[in-house]
Design a protein around this ligand. Structure first.
Ligand SMILES: *[C@@H]1O[C@H](CO)[C@@H](O)[C@H](O)[C@H]1NC(C)=O
Ligand SMILES: *[C@@H]1O[C@H](CO)[C@@H](O)[C@H](O)[C@H]1NC(C)=O
Ligand SMILES: *[C@@H]1O[C@H](CO)[C@@H](O)[C@H](O)[C@H]1NC(C)=O
Ligand SMILES: *[C@@H]1O[C@H](CO)[C@@H](O)[C@H](O)[C@H]1NC(C)=O
Length: 496
């Protein structure tokens, strides 16, 4: 009762500011802009396969928020492999959820680029607005933004030092992405650009690379040298519905997708239970389900950073990082993603989700295979799990051996594992990195998603001035036989 009184009192205190705010309803939504601007968005899930359910779930959820928030389909470009909703493993065929109690986020998502059209080339072509460079049969939608417009890019997938995955090779290299962003800036194709990335080592996409003076701010799920985390995984809390044996989301992604200070404030108005907002946020207008809000990029960054780091404990959590133009921090989020956050209806989790447990993204496939085996007794899943484990062992031990051959057994691991100081990119010579990946894979087999984490070691081999010939010799010495494990096969081409 005492609580209720306090809350009522708070409500009365807050009410005048809500009323004042309501006056602004007839004026356009709050943005920093004096001219008419268009918000553009590019959303990319860089993986395929039911094991990676969560990446497409994140992207579909992001689409729903942008759409509810007022962005038009013609301005939202979606890349997703689209093999989840109808997947034979999907217990809720035709739908995708991004939270254990979540509602469908799949309905209505535009299929601009699906299947093989989800690739690095098309991603660059879309960003550069270059229709003639597109390959395949996508919608042909490209960014047509101009110098007054805001662009939002959201990428979720597996990553590795200085690269992001794609369902089909090649990967997105940090250096290539950076040159695309610089071209966009040079051609005046945005006023400001916000880039959210969920991936392991996602900080390495921008660390030492993104200039501060091209009106781009990038926020990444992790720093340059750590994993990011999958969440809503089987066996973790909160757990997905029992019929799911895959993770439903990623920790950083759901943190921004579920950022819903506004919703909590709305509860004051409707008299529902009082809940404390994590970060102060102001609302300028609330009516029924429509709200316009004054959340800034910084406000969301602080909130998301706390949740993704599990309250700064970093236990099963990562360091959310920011790169580029920090002056964009004071901009309103609505200028980029609209006002759809918190309008997810039944999709809203309870506060307990902030204490959710998560799984290192790199281990999410093990969790998936294990749960698939346990739930279905499917012997194939067990065989696959064994293959995955032995492939990991092979890749890790081969890299270690290469390091020992090149640098001696005392120094080998140390050199490969060296993390350059903050502000420096992973490697200076990007062609060298590509060459080293190829040299290793030629003799030791495919790195695969997991093995891509060794790009740091391969980059350090470049940074140490080792020649391609020495690398080839070391790799052939380390891997005398090309492994027969299906994951080692190079049939899909080089990993990077
Ligand atoms: C999924 O199945 C539905 C119903 O059979 C079909 O209409 C839809 O095109 C399928 N989607 C994909 C991506 O295969
Ligand atoms: C668009 O892409 C094509 C094919 O890659 C290329 O030849 C052309 O120069 C590009 N145009 C622009 C404006 O970048
Ligand atoms: C940070 O997160 C923890 C739980 O992860 C939560 O208890 C705490 O209230 C949050 N703090 C802020 C300032 O948001
Ligand atoms: C990883 O990167 C962070 C941020 O750049 C840095 O503070 C930390 O020391 C690095 N870790 C290692 C092992 O170098």
């Amino acid at each position: 009762m005492a609580h209720l009184t306090v809350h009522l009192f708070l409500l009365l205190l807050l009410l005048p500011s809500f009323m004042a705010a309501a006056d602004s309803y007839h004026s356009p939504e709050p943005t920093d802009d004096k001219v008419v601007v268009t918000r553009w968005a590019v959303l990319i899930a860089g993986s395929s396969g039911y094991v990676n359910y969560r990446h497409q779930a994140d992207v579909c959820h992001a689409y729903q928020i942008l759409k509810k928030g007022g962005l038009k389909d013609e301005n939202i470009i979606v890349f997703m492999y689209d093999d989840i909703a109808n997947n034979t493993e999907n217990p809720r065929r035709g739908t995708i959820i991004n939270h254990p109690n979540g509602e469908d986020v799949y309905a209505g998502v535009p299929k601009d680029y699906v299947g093989k059209d989800v690739n690095a080339n098309n991603f660059y072509a879309v960003l550069l607005g270059n229709k003639s460079a597109l390959t395949g049969s996508g919608s042909g939608k490209v960014l047509k933004s101009g110098p007054d417009d805001h662009v939002f890019i959201y990428y979720t997938d597996h990553g590795a030092p200085s690269l992001l995955g794609m369902p089909s090779p090649p990967v997105v290299y940090a250096a290539d992405l950076m040159s695309v962003l610089k071209k966009m800036h040079a051609s005046n194709s945005y006023k400001s650009l916000v880039f959210y990335v969920e991936a392991c080592e996602s900080g390495s996409m921008f660390e030492g690379l993104l200039p501060e003076d091209i009106n781009i701010v990038a926020v990444t799920a992790s720093n340059a040298n750590e994993s990011s985390y999958a969440t809503y995984c089987p066996g973790e809390t909160p757990e997905p519905p029992v019929e799911f044996h895959t993770c439903l989301g990623d920790l950083y992604s759901v943190s921004w997708l579920e950022d819903r200070c506004v919703y909590i404030y709305m509860q004051y108005i409707y008299g529902a239970a009082f809940r404390q907002c994590h970060i102060p946020c102001n609302i300028v207008f609330i009516r029924e389900t429509h709200d316009l809000r004054k959340r800034t990029l910084k406000g969301q960054y602080d909130y998301v950073r706390n949740r993704t780091s599990v309250g700064h404990t970093y236990e099963l959590g990562s360091h959310v990082m920011q790169y580029g133009d920090a002056s964009l921090n004071s901009k309103f989020l609505v200028s980029y993603i609209g006002w759809g956050l918190g309008l997810g209806g039944k999709n809203l989790p309870n506060d307990k989700s902030t204490s959710a447990t998560s799984v290192n993204q790199r281990d999410a496939d093990l969790v998936y295979l294990w749960n698939k085996f346990v739930k279905s007794g499917d012997g194939k899943a067990l065989k696959e799990l064994i293959d995955v484990m032995s492939h990991r062992l092979h890749v890790d031990s081969s890299m270690e051996m290469v390091g020992n051959i090149l640098f001696g057994s005392e120094k080998g691991m140390e050199v490969l594992g060296t993390v350059r100081p903050a502000g420096q990119p992973l490697v200076d010579d990007w062609n060298c990195l590509r060459t080293m990946v190829r040299a290793f894979e030629t003799y030791c087999g495919s790195l695969n998603r997991y093995g891509l984490k060794h790009t740091r070691g391969l980059a350090n081999i470049c940074n140490a001035g080792i020649t391609a010939d020495s690398m080839r010799a070391a790799s052939s010495q380390a891997c005398r036989e090309f492994p027969t494990n299906p994951l080692s096969s190079l049939s899909k081409g080089f990993s990077a």
